[in-house]
Ligand binder design. Structure first.
Ligand code: CA
Length: 226
């Protein structure tokens, strides 16, 4: 899951970036509205966290422009102000949710989780495909009775595959959502992580969930689609 964070207060930006990276998100940052808009329009994000008061271009203008360009990525607005007018203006600009500073980091995480599953099958904090269960809060996985330990990237990869179950995902799309710009890997790194993940969730079982789509990428197959 890849997040764009647009915030001009350096202390806040560093705190949020570190906290989100600890939660296994890939994070890109911008400290003004012009750069934020550029990043949002040119790279793929799962959620954009956007401060309202920004130099260059404020968060409301950035959000409006994203929606004018038909970008549908969920936007969570951050603001120091809390009036009904401000909330309404934010939502009217196309923001999906609104968080007033100061806020508890846990609340930010919960809202990011809610936004990132907005359009997916997942309406709870666990995701299930067949007998495979992923807990998005504890970052642990289970297949049947067996607990599966996952590294940071294995978790992020499995979460992304489960969110987009039954879709064929190219290596490029997977890489774009798992790594931030600073850490962008060669696309064959995706193959390496798929191999690690298969070893943990598929190799010992007759029923395989991860399917290779020759020439394209990968697909996580749900045996009981909703
Ligand atoms: Ca600000």
């Amino acid at each position: 899951m890849r997040i764009l964070l647009v915030e001009d207060e350096k202390k806040m930006l560093d705190f949020l970036r570190q906290g989100l990276e600890e939660q296994r998100y890939a994070v890109d940052v911008a400290d003004n509205g012009v750069d934020g808009l550029h990043w949002a329009l040119n790279f793929s994000y799962d959620v954009i966290v956007l401060d309202i008061m920004l130099p260059g271009k404020d968060g409301l203008a950035v959000c409006r422009e994203l929606r004018n360009q038909h970008l549908i990525t969920p936007v969570l607005m951050l603001t120091a102000r809390d009036t009904v007018d401000d909330r309404v203006t934010g939502l009217d600009c196309g923001a999906d949710d609104y968080l007033v500073k100061p806020f508890a980091f846990r609340e930010l995480l919960a809202r990011i989780r809610a936004l990132s599953r907005r359009d997916s099958y997942q309406k709870s904090t666990t995701m299930t495909v067949g007998d495979l269960i992923l807990d998005t809060i504890t970052h642990s996985a289970r297949r049947g009775d067996r607990i599966i330990d996952l590294s940071t990237k294995e978790y992020a990869l499995l979460e992304f595959l489960m969110l987009h179950r039954n879709q064929v995902l190219s290596r490029t799309v997977i890489a774009e959502h798992l790594w931030s710009y600073d850490y962008a890997p060669d696309s064959n790194v995706v193959d390496v992580y798929i191999r690690y993940l298969r070893k943990k969730i598929d190799d010992d079982y007759e029923e395989k969930y991860i399917r290779t789509i020759r020439g394209t990428g990968y697909q996580l197959v749900d045996p009981d689609p909703v």
